[in-house]
Design a protein around this ligand. Structure first.
Ligand code: FA5
Length: 359
């Protein structure tokens, strides 16, 4: 009674691996492990064996059941994943769909006018409630602008394609400087003699603003930035930064710390812990990196900041003896991740409306 399982188990494994749906798996499980199965029957009859034989037979039986159970679990896992993928594909929204009310009302032509009116109003409300909304990163950008405008800053912009002068040199990063390597720059070949690239940070906007405007200057510059970074839970190759620049008389590191503190409170609207760590950027001296605490107690780096380097001011025709400044550059996508307690920054670019409609 305990022989011949090897073949039964191998057959079951094969059938489970080929099972096309969860019902088929349940059927095989019932046949093999159910109350009326050969295994259950054999277990009942173990008592008929003498003690020596019983232990060995019991072990063999358990082993065989274990293999079938494992194959059932594997088949369920495989089919559940396939089912999920299929459901996601089926539920995907066609964002080009147009809500054509006139078309949808055509079958109601024979209804009483009052009834038609009620129906039209219901359809209109449905259309309004399924209307699109701003992407959470755009919402974060708007909110950041509001916070800084409230603090007296104006909003500046710069191009996404930059020359080496703006992206690096004017920022005190000459071409021999090792810091150039740390920006993982994406270069663009436009056939021009000068080096052209997708900007690797929003700091070039500092230069563009200071070239045109004389101090005092208080600006923020949000925008897209690009690096050869591989996407992971905290990185995207195309991401957003917000640059801040304040140039005035008698500006100190204390003003910088106070500004960051104020912005964190206004942006998050709750108590979050933040810290400044000494760091290095060629365009600021001294420099710091700015982290905020995650719910699990770990720290996420949000950006860099520091006192504008005198060479950067001079490069823009501003006398560093007379004027001082501070600057910062934060990742907007990371700010949005923190604000909504999202685990993976890649969610922002998957364009899954079920995810995006939560914000
Ligand atoms: C800079 O880009 C400096 N320009 C910041 C700065 C400005 C310093 C002004 C001093 C004065 P960094 O490479 O550390 O520094 O990037 C700043 C922030 O951008 C990071 O802290 C992070 O929040 C965000 N960031 C950088 N790379 C990525 C990426 N691949 N994906 C998402 N966010 C990123």
């Amino acid at each position: 009674m305990i022989e011949g399982y090897e073949q039964d188990v191998a057959d079951a494994e094969e059938r489970l691996a080929a099972a096309a749906d969860l019902d088929a798996v349940a059927g095989i499980e019932r046949d093999m492990l159910g109350r009326r199965s050969k295994f259950t029957e054999a277990k009942r009859r173990l008592g008929e064996l003498d003690a020596g034989e019983r232990a060995a037979a019991g072990r063999r039986l358990n082993e065989a059941r274990g293999r079938v159970e494992a194959a059932v679990a594997a088949a369920r896992g495989r089919l559940a994943a396939a089912d999920r993928a299929e459901r996601y594909a089926a539920e995907r929204l066609d964002l080009t769909e147009r809500l054509d009310l006139a078309e949808r009302l055509r079958p109601t032509e024979r209804l009483h006018p009052a009834e038609r009116l009620r129906l039209a109003e219901r359809l209109r409300q449905q259309a309004v409630s399924s209307r699109g909304r701003f992407h959470p990163v755009t919402q974060a950008r708007d909110r950041l602008e509001d916070v800084f405008v409230g603090m007296g800053y104006t909003v500046a912009e710069g191009p996404e394609v930059e020359t080496a002068w703006y992206n690096f040199e004017a920022l005190n990063i000459p071409d021999w400087h090792p810091a150039r390597g740390s920006f993982d720059t994406i270069f663009v070949d436009l056939g021009a003699p000068e080096e052209v690239m997708l900007r690797s940070h929003t700091s070039p906007v500092q230069i563009r603003v200071m070239e045109k405007r004389k101090p005092p200057v208080y600006i923020v510059a949000p925008g897209r930035t690009f690096r050869t970074d591989t996407a992971d839970a905290t990185h995207l190759p195309a991401f957003n930064q917000i640059e801040g620049l304040a140039v005035d008389r008698n500006i100190t590191m204390g003003d910088l710390a106070g500004t960051i503190d104020e912005f964190v409170r206004a942006f998050f609207g709750r108590e979050v812990k933040s810290r400044l760590r000494p760091s290095y950027f060629p365009f600021t001296e001294p420099s710091a990196e700015f982290d905020i605490s995650r719910p699990d107690g770990s720290w996420l780096e949000l950006g860099g900041c520091g006192m504008v380097h005198p060479n950067v001011l001079s490069n823009c025709g501003i006398d560093p003896e007379e004027w001082q400044g501070f600057a910062f550059g934060f990742g907007i996508d990371r700010l949005a991740v923190m604000r909504h307690e999202i685990d993976d920054i890649r969610e922002f670019v998957n364009s899954d409306t079920r995810f995006l409609s939560q914000f």
